[in-house]
Design a protein around this ligand. Structure first.
Ligand code: ATP
Ligand code: MG
Length: 551
């Protein structure tokens, strides 16, 4: 795995968050920058998370600081080691290493003490309104809320009730602890928000120790403050929660130099499902092959698809950090992948929708090795040989019985170069009874060896081929987008988004290892699928086509 270097991020393009950091360093507010990436372990990470990872870890690298991986496990959800394992694998695959790996649930004691401290200052109260009443009392965007009748209990009574909440005397939802802030605040988040609730459920980390659990808005600032996070970077939907974040760290008051929350716009990409909840549904409903289905936006999926961490990091850097929501064109991501692969990946001859070619004047039973380059533009990538013989396969796209305008590949009467081999002329098309092409009868010019090297006569088209007797049948998986616009213009799951077909490949493909990438000559970039490829059968995912639709 390629680890990110400090150098890569030393040159990271600045953004408004880095402007804030530069300021904080200049004024001496901070001398070391500490960030964190705080996933909830309830699913696999997706490309949106990659954006947050690159920003948080990249910022720490740029400023020589630290970045923690912190599991946001304040919900007493069932421990899912699968998710935790996948998160760590994904962060490392992207090239990053955390300073510390931490669990929000390790701070439950401090959070409890913080709640007690608030109660003692008269800034929190135990409320017995039902969830429906709390909602009703909360008011709306245009109407102020109404104060809870329990709001003015004495500190002693609050302490006693909170203690009894902790001791398990109350049912889930029957009682909660609320911050006492301002029911008439224009910001609904400030209208006496719930900070602790009763949930009788064991926690994967703390077991049965607690039956009260802190709410996210109370827990998160405390987690950040405990870890000395200087800049707590989150997505825009938390902007309205920032006053509460600030209120918590200020009123709890344990920390002299509290963290600062900064929001940026979530990454959205056309045709991509970018929410763990929806991804989970696709997985649970069996619409995809699992969290690592190559059509998914999950990092496990794009990894299997053949995207590289370098391409993802470049994409995340190129798109910058913004304060305004937008949706990026998937073509921009694909272009990053293509640009990353174009100088790295060797070519192989593979033909799809094959058409049989018979070279009538080539001796029967004879085979010869012809030499081809592994990369058209990078001679250092070396050469290899492929067999040539009397019977060959060519790609369905490389022949037209009636050529279109400016079609320079094979058609009856035309001569083309078979890459690395000879000039070949098509003389006759033989059909099956159903009208489909059975085979093409051709002749070769023995004076044009090595692809016509040094030959005076020129041909316009060059095509590739696979010798028939040594061809290896491989399975190729072509993907379109998982989401497709239906007639009403709504994005919908497209069951046709995966198409499998057989192709013929040159014999060297037998050595392809799972995870190895190639350019299938003139077709696109492909990777030997890490799950389905065996010694006996090679299965390739199309990573991305050769041509860009990105403007
Ligand atoms: P989802 O909506 O997919 O469940 P989430 O925000 O609930 O995502 P978390 O595990 O809470 O997922 O996210 C961890 C971090 O990743 C958070 O800081 C969150 O803001 C960030 N993040 C999640 N989705 C995106 C996205 N699309 N773009 C940028 N950052 C994101
Ligand atoms: Mg979340």
């Amino acid at each position: 795995m390629s680890k990110v270097t400090k150098e890569e991020y030393a040159g990271m393009a600045g953004n408004f968050i880095h402007d804030i950091i530069d300021d904080d360093l200049k004024t001496g507010k901070h001398t070391e920058i500490i960030t964190r990436f705080p996933p909830e372990p309830n699913g696999y990470l997706h490309i949106g998370h990659a954006k947050s990872i690159c920003l948080n870890f990249g910022t720490a690298l740029k400023y020589g600081g630290k970045c923690n991986l912190r599991y946001d496990d304040t919900n007493p959800v069932k421990e899912d080691m699968e998710y935790i394992k996948s998160i760590e694998e994904d962060v490392r695959w992207l090239g990053f290493e955390w300073t510390e790996r931490l669990w929000a649930s390790n701070y439950f004691d401090t959070m409890y003490e913080a709640a007690i401290a608030l109660i003692k200052q008269g800034k929190a109260f135990v409320c017995e309104l039902t969830p429906e009443q709390i909602k009703e009392y909360r008011g709306t965007l245009t109407e102020a809320g109404k104060e809870s009748p329990y709001r003015n209990r004495s500190i002693e009574e609050n302490l006693d009730l909170f203690e009894r909440m902790k001791a398990g005397e109350f049912e889930d939802g029957s009682i909660c602890l609320r911050a006492k802030i301002d029911m008439s605040s224009p910001n609904i988040n400030m209208r006496d928000p719930i900070i602790y609730r009763v949930v009788h459920a064991p926690h994967h980390n703390t077991g049965d120790k607690w039956c009260i659990y802190p709410m996210y808005d109370f827990a998160h600032p405390i987690e950040d403050a405990i870890e000395g996070i200087t800049h707590s970077i989150c997505t825009l939907e938390f902007e309205d929660h920032r006053p509460l974040y600030d209120w918590v760290v200020r009123e709890v008051g344990f920390w002299p130099n509290p963290p600062r929350q900064i929001e940026f716009a979530r990454l959205n990409i056309t045709t991509m499902v970018m929410s763990k909840r929806f991804l989970k549904r696709l997985v649970d409903e069996g619409k995809v092959e699992g969290w690592d289905d190559p059509r998914l936006s999950t990092l496990a999926g794009v990894r299997r698809r053949g995207y590289t961490p370098e391409a993802l990091r470049k994409f995340c850097n190129d798109i910058g950090v913004s304060k305004a929501d937008s949706t990026l064109d998937i073509a921009q991501l694909e272009q990053c992948v293509r640009e990353d692969l174009q100088d790295k990946v060797p070519a192989r001859n593979v033909v799809m929708n094959p058409i049989k070619v018979i070279i009538d004047n080539y001796p029967e039973g004879q085979l010869e090795d012809v030499t081809v380059e592994n990369h058209g533009k990078i001679p250092e990538m070396g050469k290899r040989t492929v067999p040539f013989g009397r019977e060959l396969w060519i790609d369905g796209d490389d022949f037209m019985e009636v050529p279109a305008k400016k079609y320079f590949r094979l058609y009856p009467g035309n001569e083309v170069r078979f890459k690395g081999a000879y000039f070949i002329t098509c003389n006759e098309v033989v059909k099956n009874e159903d009208g489909s092409i059975k085979e093409l009868h051709c002749t070769y010019d023995p004076a044009t060896a090595n692809g016509g090297e040094g030959c005076e006569r020129k041909v316009k088209g060059t095509i590739h081929f696979v010798e028939a007797s040594t061809a290896v049948k491989v399975k190729v998986r072509e993907y379109s987008y998982l989401l497709k616009e239906n007639e009403e213009g709504v994005m919908e799951y497209d069951p046709e988004s995966l198409k499998e077909k057989w192709a013929y490949a040159e014999p060297s493909i037998k050595d392809a290892e799972a995870g190895e990438r190639f350019q299938f000559f003139r077709k696109g970039y492909y990777i030997a699928d890490s799950k389905l490829t065996t010694d006996d059968e090679k299965v390739f995912n199309c990573i991305v086509g050769l041509k860009s639709s990105w403007k």
